[in-house]
Design a protein. Structure first.
Length: 175
């Protein structure tokens, strides 16, 4: 799934998600009842069923992102590659997408995603690879790789670590 998508035609949201089903049918055939059911479930999964009849070209950036995620999952893939899947999303939808990434992985799907947010990596990833200028800085289990020291090396600036005393969970803030 790309970071962004510029639609040329004013397809409805439902049609955009149904396009994800094209790998399962005839190139020029109409979507089957099964295709429509899978697309509806994808719309529901991201709580965008209410947008189904709206033209994709009229949506906000965050809504575009949710539609592209729904379309990607309507393909029923075994492996998903997501380029900054929470870009343009509000705080609540970032949480939903991060939870969905974990759910996909828990269900046995392979998931590879990029992010500029180390906190998202902590919440959603099992492993992390830190790259700077195309060079590997660190890789391995996320808790060992996403650390204050590694993030300061990656970003070349000071990072503050916050720790929840009740759960022991960490989060990072730029200084």
């Amino acid at each position: 799934m790309p970071q962004s998508h510029a639609a040329t035609f004013a397809f409805t949201v439902r049609t955009m998600v149904l396009m994800g089903r094209s790998a399962h049918g005839c190139l020029f055939g109409a979507p089957s009842a099964q295709d429509r059911a899978v697309a509806e479930r994808s719309l529901e999964r991201f709580a965008i069923l209410h947008l189904a009849e709206r033209p994709y070209t009229t949506l906000s950036g965050g809504e575009h992102q949710l539609v592209l995620l729904a379309r990607a999952l309507a393909q029923e893939p075994q492996f998903v590659v997501l380029d900054e899947p929470t870009a343009s999303l509000d705080f609540g939808n970032q949480g939903k997408v991060t939870s969905e990434i974990r759910a996909l992985a828990a269900a046995g799907h392979g998931v590879l995603f990029t992010t500029h947010d180390p906190n998202q990596a902590l919440r959603a990833a099992d492993r992390a690879l830190l790259l700077r200028n195309g060079e590997r800085i660190a890789d391995g289990p996320v808790a060992e790789v996403v650390t204050q020291t590694q993030l300061e090396a990656l970003y070349g600036s000071a990072v503050e670590t916050l720790v929840d005393t009740a759960s022991g969970a960490s989060a990072f803030l730029p200084r």
